[in-house]
Design a protein around this ligand. Structure first.
Ligand code: ATP
Length: 362
C-alpha cells in the first residue's frame, strides 16, 4: 500500500493554475522531494497533503485512507517549515513536548519522549535553552524533533534548510536523511535546490507549471532527464541544438560540424534534436593549427574547488567543461581549443514541437 497517493490533484487560485493534475504514489518509508523553480506548485502540493488547503479537485490518500476532507490536526502529519517556527517563550524540550501536550500525553512520559527526540537530533545537552540561545541549525533540529515527537505517519518538510548557511545545510540534510531512514517514516521534502534534492531523496519529482515533469531516482533524473526542462533545471548541462545528419552512423550536424552521438541512431534524418552533454565528460585540448572538429575559444575559467569550470565558445553555444585545475591551467582565457565528448555519453531529446525551455532560477 502506498504511504501517500495523490490522485489527479488540481488547485486553482482564481485564474492561476497552481496544480494541474498531480498523480503520484509514494511508498511507505520512502523519501521523495518535490523539486522545481519558484511558483511551480511545490508548496501548494505540500499544503494539500498537510491539510492546510483543499484541492479544487482530486484526492489525497495516506496509507490507503482518503484524507482529503480530514482537518490538518487529525492527519497525523509532522511538519518542518523554512522559518524557525519554534515558540520563543518555551525551552527546546517544551517546544518538542508541545504536540504531545496537545494530544494529552501524561507529563512525565512526554518529557521523557521529548528528551529522547532531542538526543536523536544531537541536542540532548541543550534541552533547557530557549530558541534565542540556539543557532539557526540547532533551532531547525529542535523543529525536526518536535515534528517527530508525535510519531507522525508522514513527515513534511518545506525548504527546511534554506535559511541556513551552506555548511550547516549539508550537515543537517545528512542528519535528516539518517533519522528518516532510521525511523522509516514516509517523507516529502520541498526544495528548489537540485543538489539538495538529489543528495537526500529516494526519488525526486521535478515540477514545472503545476505538473510533474519527471519522477525518478536521483541518478535517473541526473543521468536521463526526460524533458528539456529537467535537463536545464537539474545540474549543469550543455544543450546543443543539432540536426540528425546520419541516423545509421549516429551523427548530428552542429554549426556545420559533424559530431558523433550514438543516441541519434534510428531517429529520423533531419530531425531537430537537443544533444545533452554533462560538463564532466567534455574534453578540452589546446587546438593545433590544422584542427578538425569542434573548435572554440576559452571565454572564462571559474575555480570551483575540486574542478575548474571552463566556458568555451564553440559555434553558437557557450559550452561548459569541468576540468582538473592542472589541465585548466594550460588553457587560459583566449586560448583556442578543441572540444570532444564520448559519443556514448550524450543524451538526446527531440526538439520537434518543443517550445524553448525557460531558464531555471536555481
Ligand atoms: P516557491 O518556491 O516560490 O515557494 P512554489 O513552487 O512553492 O514556489 P507555490 O507557492 O505552490 O509555488 O505557488 C504556485 C502558484 O500558485 C504560484 O503562481 C502562486 O503565485 C500561486 N499561489 C499559491 N498560493 C496562492 C494563494 N493563496 N492565492 C493566490 N495564488 C496563489
Amino acid at each position: 500500500m502506498a504511504g501517500v497517493e495523490l490522485r489527479q490533484l488540481h488547485r486553482r487560485f482564481g485564474d492561476v493554475v497552481a496544480l494541474d493534475g498531480i498523480d503520484l504514489e509514494i511508498e511507505s518509508g520512502e523519501f521523495v522531494s518535490f523539486l522545481g523553480p519558484s511558483g511551480c506548485g511545490k508548496t501548494t502540493a505540500l499544503r494539500l497533503v498537510a491539510g492546510f488547503d483543499r484541492p479544487t479537485s482530486g484526492r489525497v490518500f495516506v496509507e490507503g485512507k482518503d484524507i482529503t476532507d480530514v482537518p490538518p490536526n487529525r492527519r497525523d502529519v509532522g511538519m518542518v517549515f523554512q522559518a524557525y517556527s519554534l515558540f520563543p517563550n518555551m525551552t527546546a524540550v517544551k517546544n518538542v513536548e508541545f504536540g504531545l501536550r496537545v494530544r494529552k500525553h501524561a507529563r512525565g512520559s512526554r518529557k521523557a519522549r521529548a528528551l529522547e527526540l532531542l538526543e536523536l537530533v544531537g541536542l540532548g545537552h541543550a534541552a533547557d535553552r530557549y530558541p534565542h540561545q540556539l543557532s539557526g541549525g540547532m533551532q531547525q533540529r529542535v523543529a525536526l524533533a518536535r515534528a517527530l515527537a508525535i510519531e507522525p505517519r508522514l513527515l513534511l518538510l518545506d525548504e527546511p534548510l534554506s535559511a541556513l548557511d551552506a555548511k550547516v545545510r549539508i550537515q543537517l540534510r545528512e542528519e535528516i536523511r539518517r533519522i528518516q531512514t532510521r525511523l522509516g517514516i514516509t517523507s516529502i521534502y520541498v526544495t528548489h535546490d537540485q543538489e539538495e534534492a538529489l543528495s537526500i531523496s529516494d526519488r525526486v519529482a521535478v515540477l514545472s507549471h503545476g505538473r510533474i515533469e519527471q519522477i525518478g531516482t536521483p541518478s535517473e533524473i541526473y543521468g536521463a532527464p526526460a524533458t528539456p526542462f529537467v535537463a536545464e533545471f537539474v545540474g549543469t548541462m550543455n544543450r546543443i541544438e543539432s540536426t540528425v545528419a546520419d541516423p545509421d552512423d549516429g551523427r548530428v550536424t552542429y554549426d556545420q560540424t559533424s559530431l558523433a552521438v550514438d543516441a541519434v541512431r534510428g531517429r529520423p534524418r533531419g530531425e531537430r534534436v537537443l544533444v545533452l552533454v554533462r560538463p564532466e565528460i567534455v574534453e578540452v585540448e589546446a587546438a593545433g593549427t590544422a584542427q578538425n572538429g569542434l573548435v572554440g575559444e576559452v571565454v572564462s575559467q571559474t575555480f570551483l574547488g575540486s574542478v575548474t569550470r571552463l566556458r568555451v565558445l564553440a559555434g553558437p553555444t557557450e559550452w561548459t567543461a569541468d576540468l582538473s585545475a592542472a589541465r585548466a591551467a594550460a588553457l587560459p582565457i583566449g586560448a583556442r581549443v578543441s572540444l570532444r565528448f564520448p559519443s556514448a555519453g550524450a543524451k538526446v531529446l527531440s526538439l520537434e514541437g518543443e517550445e524553448p525551455p525557460e531558464p531555471s532560477d536555481g
